[in-house]
Every structure is written in C-alpha cells, then in structure tokens.
Design a protein around this ligand. Structure first.
Ligand code: AHR
Length: 307
C-alpha cells in the first residue's frame, strides 16, 4: 500500500497508472491531426493517463508545457519538437528531475543524447531521397532542363531540414535538375497556396513541385488550377505524408508521387513509455516503417486509408 497522500496529478496512483505528459507541435496538417488522434487513442487503450498540450506551432509554448510537466511530476514526458535547436536547458531540467523523455516524430540537435531515452519516428532524409529518386527515374534518358520549385516545411524543423537535404543529395545525379525557387509553406495548406501563387507569378516555366508535405501540395494545387494549369500534368507534383486527402489527389492524377510518413506513432510510444517508466532499456532510435505510392498504388490503397 501507499502511505502518502495524493500529492499531484502526475503521481503514480495506488493502481500504478502512468501519467504521460505530451507536448504536440500544433494542428498544422492532416498528418498532425492523425498523429494526435493516434496518441490520444493509444494512451486510452494502454491505460495511460495523458496530459496533452498543444503548442500551436511555438517553441516557447512547448518549453512552458515541458516545465509544467516537470512541476507536476509526470512519470514520463514525450514531445514532438517544433524545431531542432534550443532544447538542452529544459531537457537537462527533466533529467535532473528524474523524468524520462521520449522524442516523438521529430529530432533535436542536442549533442548529449543522454538527455532523452529514445527517439521514435521517420527517417526524413530517406524520405527526401525517395522523392528525388522517383524524379530521376521519371526523367531518365531525357536531356531537357527540369525546373523544380520546393515548398519547405516549418523553418528549422527536422523534417524540413532533412527532406531538403535528402532530395538535394538525390537529384545531384542529374545535372539538368535545377531548384529554381524554394520557400517555406510552414507545412500548412493555406501557406502552400499563397507561396505557390508567388512561384507561378515569378517563374513561368515550372516543371516540378516538390512539397515537404501533402497539405502544402494540396494548397499549391489550388494555386496551379487557378492559374489555368493542370496539376500532375503541366506541373508534376511530389509530396510527403500520404494522408487521405493527399492519396485522393494522387489517385485523381493531380499528384504524381507520394513518399509515406506514418503518423500512427501512438501504440509504439505507449509501449516505450511503459518500458522507460519500468526502468527497462529501450533502443535510442526507433524507426517508423513506411513506403511510397504511385498513382496506381494510391487507387488500390485509398479505400483502406484511415486518416
Ligand atoms: O514532423 C512530421 C511532419 O509534420 C509531417 O510530414 C507534416 O505534415 C507535419 O506537419
């Protein structure tokens, strides 16, 4: 039995319930909404008490949330860092308080990897490479210049940095490929649309759009159609995520290729949370399994797509 009184919401109760503090990036994309749902549903299914906090895309809100989790003495902290840099101080505070931290979806650039127990998520660089490799195949044997515009994710975020690098590395193999414009659309549909409008105005001859997520690609499709061009035909489009709206546009021929990034991290996260709470050792890096989709594959997959 437990002799003490209930001294806080974060305490393990007599029943051993784990409290998990989770700081989410925000609700910027369909991917993020699906990720939040996965985490909330998996926590409920695992009998884990979830303290969920939405940072609305701001790092300072995430730092405030993490500090509040530390004050509440939650059992485990998990978060998806909006940007890679600036976490060392608060991670050290969690470590000093003896609260294990799990990075979910996005990485931090901290040199000291003892500041967190595990990092669960995709390899965003590989995703960028897959996008570039598809494009190399698409233009195989052709000698004309290929003008590419890029819609980047949130500036300073791991997926924006790595998807840009991975794609850039892959397309080096064809000297005809040129990224003529690159700008952030903050992973949002509305920003994808407005930035694509400016691309279309300044650059008449766009062959390819590479968007770091489906939502920005979907916003750009609206801009392309409004400019009287045919997305998927006049401008080839590659995106990342493979959420239902993206897959629908792919099946409809408006997107040409999607690299999957799975948002369904909840079940694995709860599993890791239970293990670190029990003091068990976990892998420092746990990679998500994902694939890619062509237009034909999207038609087959679409009826099964849950998010
Ligand atoms: O960190 C994952 C990325 O964040 C997704 O690819 C994007 O849609 C989301 O906003």
């Amino acid at each position: 039995g437990c002799g003490g009184s209930d001294s806080g919401s974060g305490d393990k109760g007599d029943d051993g319930t784990i409290t998990l503090g989770f700081s989410q990036v925000g609700a910027e994309s369909g991917w993020r909404t699906a990720n939040t749902k996965s985490i909330q549903e998996s926590a409920a299914a695992a009998g884990i008490k979830l303290q969920f906090s939405d940072a609305q895309g701001k790092q300072e809100n995430q730092i405030t949330a993490l500090r509040s989790f530390i004050t509440q003495k939650v059992d485990v902290i998990a978060f998806s860092p909006v940007v890679t840099s600036g976490w060392d101080a608060v991670l050290k505070e969690a470590k000093d308080a003896g609260i294990p931290v799990i990075l979910t979806d996005r990485a931090v650039d901290s040199q000291d990897d003892s500041l967190y127990e595990s990092f669960l998520g995709s390899d965003f660089k590989v995703e960028g490479q897959k996008a570039g490799e598809w494009l190399l195949k698409e233009y195989e044997g052709k000698s004309e210049p290929v003008n590419i515009v890029e819609l980047q994710g949130t500036t300073g975020s791991a997926p924006a940095i790595d998807r840009q690098t991975g794609f850039g590395d892959a397309i080096k193999a064809n000297p005809n490929f040129k990224i003529v414009k690159t700008q952030t659309g903050d992973f949002k549909r509305a920003d994808g649309k407005t930035v694509m409008e400016t691309f279309l105005q300044s650059t008449p001859d766009i062959d390819v759009l590479y968007a770091h997520n489906d939502d920005m690609g979907l916003g750009a499709i609206e801009a392309i159609e409004a400019a009287g061009k045919k997305p998927g035909t006049d401008i080839k489009i590659i995106t990342v995520d493979a959420v239902k709206d993206g897959m629908t546009a792919l099946a409809d021929g408006k997107i040409n290729f999607i690299v999957e990034c799975s948002p369904l991290l909840g079940p694995q996260l709860m599993d890791i949370a239970k293990k670190v709470n029990a003091g068990e050792k976990v892998e420092k890096r746990i990679l998500t399994e994902e694939t890619t989709f062509t237009q034909e594959q999207a038609k087959t997959e679409l009826p099964n797509r849950k998010y």
